[in-house]
Design a protein. Structure first.
Length: 262
């Protein structure tokens, strides 16, 4: 199995096709649930290519938005987005955020917490960056419960003996673990919820080509022989049901957590 620490997102355009659509689908439900007051200062940790940041700009009427991510490639894409022109993007680590203390009214981590090697430290940084009374929240794909958008691909790869890498803190994809992290960090009013969203692909080939954009699964697939790749593809074709127009619809599930900074 590949080293868990090798997952890297550097291609902003590829991420947009692979996960940006999913991120906004789940992120819209997430922001509705948060019910944050308009006009605040927002921090988006693990902002990637700005997919979720764009939702904050569109739906929350923020006074200011700061996105932080370790990937220069992702940030380059984010800075060119027309829908996040009001955002400021900084390169940095979730465990050592390049922002002042108590400088935000809301801090979020969208599909990022499970990539933080030390999640307790990452949550502590969210506490430090958020002003008292501020909202702190996150959502993660339910990877261990089969909710990841690429779950059928991962299942067949495991069955064939060449699984893709998992995020270093995959345990934070469980609602119970997120609840524990937020409670231990001292937030008040801690709540969790499940989020389910659906995405429709034009065809099996459309779904397959988008899956290959994954930096973990795609790389592992390309390492295999053409015969193994063909077998994987046919196994998946048999698992995914197309409608009369050949379209594939898949449901993904995420878990979310929120709390108020004391």
């Amino acid at each position: 199995m590949a080293d868990n620490n090798t997952i890297r997102f550097n291609d902003g355009a590829g991420y947009e096709r692979l996960m940006g659509v999913w991120s906004r689908l789940a992120g819209s439900v997430f922001l509705d649930w948060l019910g944050a007051s308009p006009g605040g200062r927002w921090l988006d940790v693990g902002c990637g290519n700005g997919a979720f940041t764009s939702l904050i700009c569109e739906r929350c009427a923020p006074k200011a938005v700061t996105g932080v991510d370790p990937s220069a490639g992702q940030l380059d894409y984010a800075r060119k987005r027309a829908d996040t022109r009001q955002a400021t993007y900084l390169q940095g680590d979730a465990m050592q955020l390049p922002v002042p203390d108590a400088s935000f009214d809301a801090a979020t981590m969208a599909l990022a917490l499970f990539f933080v090697p030390d999640p307790e430290r990452g949550v502590a940084e969210l506490v430090r960056a958020t002003a008292p009374g501020g909202l702190v929240a996150a959502y993660n794909w339910a990877i261990l419960d089969g909710g990841f958008p690429l779950a059928p691909l991962g299942a067949e790869m495991r069955a064939m003996g060449f699984p893709a890498a998992l995020p270093p803190s995959v345990d934070t994809s469980r609602a119970e673990r997120m609840q524990e992290l937020w409670t231990n960090a001292g937030f008040t009013g801690v709540e969790t919820r499940s989020i389910e969203v659906q995405r429709t692909f034009d065809s099996f080939e459309d779904w397959w080509q988008i899956c290959l954009l994954s930096p973990s699964a795609g790389e592992r697939i390309r390492e295999q022989s053409s015969e193994v790749q063909a077998e994987l593809k046919e196994r998946l074709r048999g698992k995914l049901t197309a409608d009369a127009q050949g379209r594939i619809t898949w449901t993904a599930r995420a878990y979310a957590v929120k709390g108020i900074r004391r």
